[in-house]
Design a protein around this ligand. Structure first.
Ligand code: PMP
Length: 434
């Protein structure tokens, strides 16, 4: 495979941008090698600057539920662009996107922002404003964007780069002093934190079903799902339960994780799919909570490009097109890739665990159950790197990190899945050889 143009551009970009990338995981730091510079994408395929075609199992880290460059989304975006790209004044399409989100999820109102990070940053400010309390509880391995106070035991790129260090340089001890960290799925741990600090805790924030330490679904104990447990403990102490559905929202079902477990959080965050591939995110909750937000209430938040007409048009069209058939296709594609990957690894004798939550799944190269960040980190990252590169050489682009979710789209049809299936045995053997 010729990747000389990617190599050239990467070398040049590294002079201009730290690591040559605008988001760390893209740099291939943990798997090594040269990131492919992408020129265009269509349906389930990415095309790099050397003209190589890859089956895409990143899907822009979640957003591309309908595949790349869906004709109706592109058409709607083109029409929106022709009308002007930003007004700094309200538009009807923002209200329509808000309505589409509210119709699918248990929130009465939403506020739109530009990234998941902004959504989580603001929602914790709101929770503190509502409760008059300072402390936030998060779970180890849950990533909520690069908000200072949430960059504690965060997963995703942070897990890859810092090997699970509790925070990033530049995050002050004062900031993280108001963040308490509990292991994911650790019920006794959460109760213990509330027993000690209960009257000072504003909120517990959880990924609705974590995907940033790889996929680690909420456990079910005596019929109670971990999200339901968190909410119950929060309410017993006057705290709010915040579900971060940036990754799961409108992806694992039409109603996100809420569509799977039915737990109604007090506040929620959304992103990825709802932006249709553009920078857009949102947070929402019950009307009485959202009334604390400016200009109605005193909790301040704003954004020059928030609710941008092009981004909201793309998001609205994406949600409108995501009908039952889309979710069925995505679920089926995920099930097949999961199954075939497991089979290939089994045949090659590679110890592995595949966790899934709806159509989100990931492969851990470990022989023990993965239920939290510590067990996720038993994955053999060298083995993943070998597997990743063998797949890439065969034209299948997996996420370039062992701690990420694999994503399919509704355009991952059988012929596309066949290409993945035929690439798997050699990749599994490459993993076995490590
Ligand atoms: N929350 C979750 C659950 C996420 O997965 C992410 C991004 N991977 C974020 C928040 C941050 O979103 P963004 O990258 O748009 O800032």
């Amino acid at each position: 495979m010729d990747i000389s143009r990617s190599e050239e551009i990467f070398a040049h970009a590294r002079q201009l941008v730290p690591g040559g990338v605008n988001s760390p995981v893209r740099a291939f730091s943990s798997v090594g090698g040269t990131p492919r510079f992408i020129e265009r994408a269509s349906g389930p395929f990415l095309y790099d600057v050397d003209g190589n075609e890859y089956v895409d199992l990143i899907c822009s880290w979640g957003p591309m539920l309908l595949g790349h460059a869906h004709s109706e989304v592109i058409h709607a975006v083109g029409a929106a662009v022709a009308h002007g790209t930003s007004f700094g004044a309200p538009t009807e399409v923002e209200a329509k996107l808000a309505e589409a989100i509210i119709e699918r999820t248990p929130v009465d109102q939403v506020r739109m922002v530009n990234s998941g990070t902004e959504a989580t940053m603001t929602v914790i400010r709101l929770a503190r404003g509502i409760t008059g309390r300072d402390l936030i509880v998060k779970f180890a391995g849950c990533y909520h964007g690069h908000v200072d106070s949430l960059l504690v035991a965060a997963g995703s790129g942070v897990a890859t780069l810092h090997g699970g260090e509790p925070s990033s340089p530049g995050v002050t001890a004062g900031t993280t002093a108001d963040t308490l960290v509990v292991d994911y799925n650790d019920r006794a741990g959460l109760e213990a934190v509330f027993a000690e600090h209960g009257d000072r805790i504003a909120a517990v924030m959880a990924e609705a079903s974590p995907g940033n330490m790889g996929v680690v679904p909420p456990s079910v104990v005596d019929g109670e799902n971990f999200n339901a447990f968190c909410k119950r403990v929060c309410h017993a102490h006057g705290a709010l339960f915040i579900s971060d559905e940036v990754m799961t929202g409108f992806r694992v079902t039409r109603s996100g994780q809420f569509g799977l477990d039915g737990v109604e959080p007090d506040l929620m965050t959304f992103g990825k799919v709802m932006g249709g591939g553009f920078p857009a995110a949102a947070f929402g909750g019950r009307a009485e909570y959202m009334a604390h937000l400016s200009p109605v209430g005193g909790v301040y938040q704003a954004g020059t490009l928030a609710g941008n007409p092009v981004a909201t048009t793309a998001g609205l069209k994406t949600l409108q097109l995501a009908d039952d058939a889309v979710y069925e296709r995505v679920d089926r594609a995920a099930e097949i890739v999961r199954g075939e990957t497991g089979r290939a690894l089994e045949e090659a004798g590679v110890p592995h665990v595949i966790n899934s939550n709806g159509s989100m799944f990931s492969v851990f190269f470990t022989d023990q159950p993965v239920t939290d960040f510590a067990s996720a980190q038993t994955t053999d990252t060298k083995r993943y790197a070998a597997f990743f590169h063998a797949m890439l050489d065969a034209g299948v682009h997996l996420p370039p990190s062992a701690f990420e979710t694999w994503f399919c789209s509704s355009t991952h049809h059988d012929s596309v899945l066949d290409r993945i299936t035929s690439a798997l045995p050699a990749a599994a053997r490459a993993a076995a050889a490590v």
